[in-house]
Design a protein around this ligand. Sequence first.
Ligand code: AMP
Length: 181
Amino acid sequence: MAAICVFCASSRTLPQRWFDLASRTGEELARRGHTLVSGGGRVGMMGAVAVAARAHGAHTLGVIPEQLLVREVADLDADEQVVTPDLATRKTVMIERSDAFLTLPGGLGTLDELFEVWTTAGLDLHRKPMVLLDVDGCYQGLLFWLRELVEPGFVRKDALDLLIVADSVPAAFDAIESRLG
Ligand code: AMP
């Protein structure tokens, strides 16, 4: 059992299949007995993960900045809700309170969160597993571009390899669990 932080879209206007992916993720996390650490909002895929995780018995921890309580519709049903003074503290608390990170498709905020945990792992500031769920090649463009940055020396190959890429929800959790031991 681990505390798994899920980063994903807050957008409310996505095709239904992305909300379904988020719900499947929350359900699988609960089925495997993990705790969810999330952005603490009810909106978008983020909300769908939390609702599904709780519906299937998971403990949920939401970490939301004070200024987003209304905009991201604070998840008042969360078992624990931490309100932070700002966005930077939100990321710090999410990293501290989690054993592993799973990134689903998302927008700029999701990428910001992914790069925060990835860059800090690359600097040896933590050794927590990080998995990217790349469904339908959603992240192929980003991964291709980052791999291109290795050859000229902008990106270290060992830092790049810290991010595990999975192509299904069960494979993503298998990858996390195998690294948590
Ligand atoms: P998005 O992927 O843009 O839909 O955003 C996903 C989540 O990331 C939302 O809960 C945003 O509030 C959050 N977010 C956006 N920017 C930041 C940031 N700089 N630091 C922490 N969280 C952020």
